[in-house]
Design a protein around this ligand. Structure first.
Ligand code: GTP
Ligand code: MG
Length: 241
């Protein structure tokens, strides 16, 4: 149980740090919620299916620091770990991922430290997701504290694969035989195909809908000569103005 802080001072430092990371997470959640609200407001379309936020548990923080060969200290926590505050944004389509990533990166108070694009460069096991580690200022009484947040953005299909893959490995805790790994990779390829198919289906539906709306509009705009001389039409027109 070495991860339990030994002194009141350490407990205080730990609580302050976790408070800051928690606050950074809340700020990111607000930003994402504003973006998704704006999309609905303007385009009547929400690219975000759902959002998950989590603070890394004390035990996982200590395990990771030890695994990386660092002494367990609050300064190593903030310097060496990038995923104490983590947020996962699940989008509808792959194109939404890049749009959300771009909109977040362009916000003035967000600094992108680095990006790992596992969509353009999937991991050998088939894992796909867009990762960004950013900093965001948390305004405390004594001033702003730039705080790291790991953002993972992926589609519903990519999330489905990643969640199940994580569960399978978590349970066994070691590498599985090659043939099973190959099957997992094959599932990732199916997920890929599904994402591509759903994207092109969505594009086709949008195109079809735009054409239908165009037809309706031109039918409504067609001048009806009979009606133009109709006094009832004239009064309708002026009532509209
Ligand atoms: P960690 O030390 O695991 O946090 O990885 P990292 O610091 O090298 O960063 P990376 O961006 O590669 O991974 C960050 C996080 O992405 C991981 O903690 C997982 O949540 C997720 N992730 C990365 N690779 C995989 C994978 O192969 N399968 C699944 N299910 N999740 C993954
Ligand atoms: Mg991690």
């Amino acid at each position: 149980m070495q991860y339990i802080p030994k002194t009141y001072d350490q407990i205080d430092q730990w609580n302050s740090l976790m408070f800051i990371y928690g606050s950074a997470l809340k700020q990111m959640q607000v930003k994402i919620s504003v973006l998704s609200g704006e999309f609905v407001h303007i385009y009547n379309y929400n690219p975000i299916e759902h959002v998950k936020a989590r603070l890394k548990k004390a035990e996982s923080i200590v395990k990771k620091l030890k695994r990386l060969g660092y002494e367990v200290s609050t300064s190593n926590m903030t310097e060496k770990l990038n995923d104490i505050a983590g947020i996962r944004i699940i989008c509808s389509f792959t194109s939404d991922i890049y749009q959300i990533a771009d909109l977040l990166s362009r916000q003035g108070d967000i600094t992108v430290l680095y990006v790992k694009d596992y969509i353009k460069n999937p991991k050998p096991n088939g894992y796909k997701s867009y990762h960004m580690v950013v900093t965001i200022p948390v305004y405390l009484a004594e001033g702003p504290v730039e705080t790291k947040v790991e953002i993972q953005i992926r589609t519903v299909a990519m999330d489905f694969w990643a969640s199940l893959e994580h569960k399978m490995y978590y349970k066994v805790g070691k590498e599985v035989p090659d043939n099973l790994q190959a099957e997992l990779k094959a599932c990732a390829d199916v997920v890929d195909m599904l994402d591509a198919k759903m994207y092109s289906l969505n594009e086709a539906i949008l195109k079809w809908n735009a054409q239908e709306e165009g037809k309706e509009q031109s039918a409504n705009e067609e001048p009806d000569k009979g009606n133009l001389s109709d006094p009832a039409f004239e009064s309708e027109k002026s009532a509209d103005i």
